[in-house]
Structure formats: structure tokens, C-alpha cells
Design a protein around this ligand. Sequence first.
Ligand SMILES: Nc1ncnc2c1ncn2[C@@H]1O[C@H](COP(=O)(O)OP(=O)(O)O)[C@@H](O)[C@H]1O
Ligand SMILES: Cc1ncc(COP(=O)(O)O)c(C=O)c1O
Ligand SMILES: [Mg+2]
Length: 276
Amino acid sequence: MTLKKTLTIAGSDTSGGAGMQADLKTFQEHGTYGMVALTVVVTMDPNGWTHNVTPLPTDLLQKQIDTALSTGIDAIKTGMLSTEEIIRIAGEAIANSGTTNVVIDPVMVCKGDDEVLNPGNTDAMIQHLLPLATVTTPNLFEAGQLAGIGTPKNIDDMKMAARKIHELGAKAVVIKGGKALATEKATDLFFDGEAFYLLESEKVASTNNHGAGCTFAASVTANLANGLTIKDAVIEAKEFVSAAIAHGWALNDYVGPVMHGAKSRFGAPHVTVTEI
Ligand SMILES: Nc1ncnc2c1ncn2[C@@H]1O[C@H](COP(=O)(O)OP(=O)(O)O)[C@@H](O)[C@H]1O
Ligand SMILES: Cc1ncc(COP(=O)(O)O)c(C=O)c1O
Ligand SMILES: [Mg+2]
């Protein structure tokens, strides 16, 4: 039996909820074969959980990407790319690979940390990554940065941001309203270049959602590798992450990761899809 091959170009979240750990767990749950090209290692101060981001040498990143791509990859996801050089290397490698299922999760901050990784990264993502994206999955803050309109505050703002990000070259855009948008439901906006859809699930009253964004984007990636349409890939990803958040748990006093394997064990909450 052969499996679809999924590659994440991402950072290591040593605490296991986000980053390449989330991606590999999510790929496994979707029945794809997961591979990793590691960009940075994120460690946490045991007293206070301050994040430290340590990039790996870029020649080592290039070797990892070359290794993985040589196997013939069905879908690629990008996650935390902490410098402009890393973003350029990832973009050039994806473009040269000819891979057509590309999910760009434009990670700009760690949850709980307000500091943007590097302000120059936004322009580098616009130049090197968005034109390659089958789907890009910014959260509210990231969408505002990419679109250059500031953080969206309502659905109309999200629509404007999605249009701008689509014009920058992404084929489809999901803006995750998630916990940050002041709506009753956990509401995401999907734009396929033609129509807008709201994806809604019950908002979970918990802060145990560390890794939700990575898990969502990794689900989309695996679903595309498995042959789903973009729209179906995004809807299933919303179900998958909703289940993962509903069963989020406290790893310690500082961080509550999602439960990546929750959907297969407990089923998924209902997701409504409405064209607007
Ligand atoms: N409290 C919550 N309840 C239900 N869904 C949530 C909650 N928080 C986030 N989500 C969902 O999780 C996914 C990731 O969103 P978000 O947490 O905003 O991204 P990121 O982790 O990249 O900041 C989205 O589908 C969002 O709607
Ligand atoms: C390596 C890495 N990638 C990505 C993220 C973003 O995670 P989230 O899915 O919560 O947006 C984090 C956050 O801590 C991280 O450490
Ligand atoms: Mg994120």
C-alpha cells in the first residue's frame, strides 16, 4: 500500500501542541505519510514559559527540503518561517518542485506572545509564498498584516482582507476568526476567488487551543493530498480542529494544547457552511 506524502516546512514546538509536532500528528490522523523540513526550534523557559526561537542553519534547511522533495511530495505546508531568508528558500524550493497542493500558514506570532517574529517577514511572504498558495490560512492578525488593512474587526473587514490576499496570488483564502473575532460562534471566512462562505462551529470556552492554527492548516494539506476539493478540504479541517479544541487539555500551568486525535476518537462538532 502506498500513502500520499505530505511535507511540512515548519518549526519545532518543543511543547508538542503546535508546529511540526501538530502537523505530523494531524497528517497521521488523516492517513498521509508525514515528512518534515525543520526551520527553527522553539523552546520555553520552564519558569514563566517565555518562548525562545532558534533558527537552524539555512544550508541544513535546504538539504532537508531537497531530501523530502526527492521522494515526490503530494502536498506541502509551510508553518513558522522566522526570517526572510528562510521564507525565500522555502518559496523557491516549492516553486521549483512543481507541487500543486500548497498550504501557506503565514505564522507571524506565537499564541500568547505578542511580538511579531520579524516585521520584514510579511513582505517576504507576499513576494515568495502567497503566489504559490493553493490555500492560505491567516488568523485575523496575520490577514490584516498581509492585506495591509489592519486587523479585521468584523465579517466585512475579513471579506476585504480575503479579496486583497487573493489578489496577491493565493488561489483560496481562509481567514480564521477563531477566538479573536467578537462573534457568538467560532467563525472562519473561506474565499475561493469567486464566492465567500462562513464556516461556523460552537466556540469552546477554553484557552486550551494551542496549536489550533497549525492543526487546521495541516488538515487542509492532508485533505488536498488525499484528493479532496479545496472547499471540502477546508470544511473537514474545520471539523477536525473543532474536535481538537473541544478536547484541548492543560499540559502544565502555562499551555493547553489541542487534542490532535480527538475527531477519530470522539467525533466532530457540527460545522455550518453558509455562502454569504
Ligand atoms: N475557542 C474556540 N472554539 C472553537 N474554535 C476555535 C476556538 N479558537 C479557535 N478556533 C478555531 O481554530 C482554528 C484556528 O484559529 P486560531 O486559533 O484563530 O488560529 P491561530 O492558532 O493560527 O491563531 C479556526 O478554525 C478557529 O475558528
Ligand atoms: C514552532 C511553532 N509553529 C507555529 C506556531 C503557531 O501555533 P498556532 O497553531 O497556535 O498558531 C507555534 C506557536 O507556539 C510554534 O511554536
Ligand atoms: Mg497560527
